[in-house]
Design a protein around this ligand. Structure first.
Ligand code: ZN
Length: 496
């Protein structure tokens, strides 16, 4: 059978100040949008795209790669960028006909100007080009899945881990859902249920409760519901769109049984609502806690300045707090500041620079003025080795290791989340040998840093990746959505 494969993935933070433009799309590791055979080579092996392709190739299918467009999480996608990428995908699948199926890697929380459910729209446009053949997709577990997306796909499956270490397995799961359809089987029955409260991203980790047990329950229910594939998406709460909320969905041969399994899982999620409340300290309190720890490294997670959630990744609150507290032997990464990186490269290793570091991209913030020692410079890509992205070569542009007092800062020229220890090792720093490590990441850092951390402390300094969505000015949420677990202002009543 002949299957066209494509990817169009963006996690859209509609509260982020900057729009996402066509030039922001490319390969995850850097470089332009890979198309044709290059998509199979340049998309990271850990992705659902590659997982689907490997499973389909092993089953003897012929793959027709179209393109794979990724942009780092950020603001609403400009309409012309969204239309341009859709047009290229539609053109690609049209030219690839005759086809037996289409697979698309989506994120599931994509929003374009005037297209609130952009993932569903991608599938609708693909379907109008290819006609009545199966169109299937893989999703991130941060997907905001509404009825439009469920209706637009013949099968969907989402990651079950956060940090996402099962992306390729998810692609293979989508292939397993597609295979019976290719053999002429009846279309899958489907079911979809909403969860009525937004979950702070820092409480969505599957390395902690309540998600660890909830996903374990999902797998038990799936085994008990023969032939079903269930998904639980914890959602991306920073999107002012009607489908913004966690949800459950499933595909299988028997709709009443699917619905029963999902209802049981939903009851378990609702019973855990209080456990999803964030409640994390401010930056000075977190630094004081870290300094009282007898041994290191203590990992301090700057959960609200996460590039992976659309934040600027350039705030300097934590650096200032470390300096105020007189911290020694602290590492900070990754600070996005191309201007500072360029100045460091111009000055050279060993130079001392007067800089206005970071603090330039978030309204109301300001840079840290000071004298910084340029300890090391780098332009080569960083080969990641952590569990999430092993094998990916990340191009973060010119990078620099700067030191101010007892604080060393890894500065980069392309925004990326600090989810891999290699970002420090790239400068000869072994994170486990240092006292404090500040990571700008909400949760993905846990996959690679937990094994070496004496303790992990999350803190809430201002940043665009808000952990308490009830602070945000939502206008388009579905009625009854609680903007934080147990939010008292909610008038929502469970249907009886
Ligand atoms: Zn995600």
């Amino acid at each position: 059978m002949r299957i066209a494969v494509a990817g169009f993935t963006h996690e859209t933070n509609t509260f982020a100040p900057e729009p996402t433009r066509l030039a922001d799309f490319g390969a995850r590791g850097g470089g332009g949008i890979p198309a044709g055979a290059a998509a199979l080579e340049r998309v990271e092996p850990a992705s659902s795209f590659r997982g689907f392709c490997a499973a389909a190739a092993a089953a003897g299918h012929e793959l027709v790669p179209v393109l794979h467009a990724f942009a780092p999480p950020g603001g609403t996608i400009e309409r012309k960028a969204f239309d341009a990428i859709c047009d290229r995908i539609v053109d690609g699948v049209t030219r690839a006909r005759p086809l037996d199926a289409v697979f698309v890697e989506l994120h599931g929380a994509m929003v374009a100007d005037g297209v609130p459910d952009a993932d569903a729209e991608v599938l609708r446009r693909v379907r109008s080009a290819v006609g009545p053949i199966p169109v299937v997709a893989a999703l991130d577990s941060h997907a905001n899945v509404g009825p439009g997306l469920v209706a637009a796909a013949d099968a969907l499956a989402a990651y079950r881990t956060y940090p996402h270490v099962d992306m390729a397995r998810t692609g293979a799961r989508v292939h397993a859902l597609l295979e019976p359809l290719l053999r002429g089987g009846a279309p899958w029955e489907r079911a979809h249920l909403d969860i009525p409260f937004l979950m702070p991203l820092c409480r969505q980790s599957t390395l902690a409760q309540p998600c660890d047990s909830l996903y374990a329950a999902l797998e038990v229910l799936e085994r008990e519901t023969a032939g079903a594939t269930l998904s639980f998406v914890t959602g991306f709460p920073l999107a002012d769109v009607p489908q913004c909320r966690p949800s459950l969905f499933g595909y299988g041969p028997d709709e009443p049984r699917l619905r029963k399994a999902l209802a049981e899982l939903r009851a378990r999620v609702l019973a855990q609502e209080p456990a999803f409340a964030a409640g994390i300290p401010g930056v000075d309190e977190a630094v004081a806690l870290a300094l009282r720890e007898p041994r290191g490294p203590v990992v301090l997670a700057d959960v609200q300045d996460n590039a992976g959630g659309g934040a600027s990744s350039d705030t300097v609150w934590a650096i200032e707090a470390l300096l105020r507290a007189g911290a020694t032997d602290a590492l900070v990464g990754l600070l996005f500041d191309p201007e500072a990186a360029a100045a460091a490269h111009a000055a050279g290793v060993g130079a001392t620079l007067e800089l206005a570091l970071g603090g330039k991209r978030m309204p109301g913030h300001r840079p840290l003025h000071g004298r910084f020692v340029v300890e090391a410079l780098r332009t080569e890509r960083v080969l990641l080795r952590g569990p999430m992205m092993a094998g990916t070569h990340m191009d973060l542009g010119p990078m620099a290791l700067l030191r101010v007092g007892g604080v060393r800062i890894v500065v980069c020229s392309r925004r990326a989340q600090c989810l891999d220890r290699e970002y420090f090792r790239a400068f000869g720093l072994e994170p486990e040998r240092h006292r404090l490590i500040v990571v700008k990441s909400t949760n993905h850092y846990r996959a690679d840093f937990t094994p070496v951390a004496a303790r992990i402390i999350e803190f809430a300094a201002p940043g665009a990746c808000a952990m308490d969505p009830s602070q945000l000015a939502f206008r388009r949420l579905a009625p009854g959505t609680r903007t934080r677990p147990g939010h008292p202002s909610s008038a929502f009543k469970e249907p009886t």
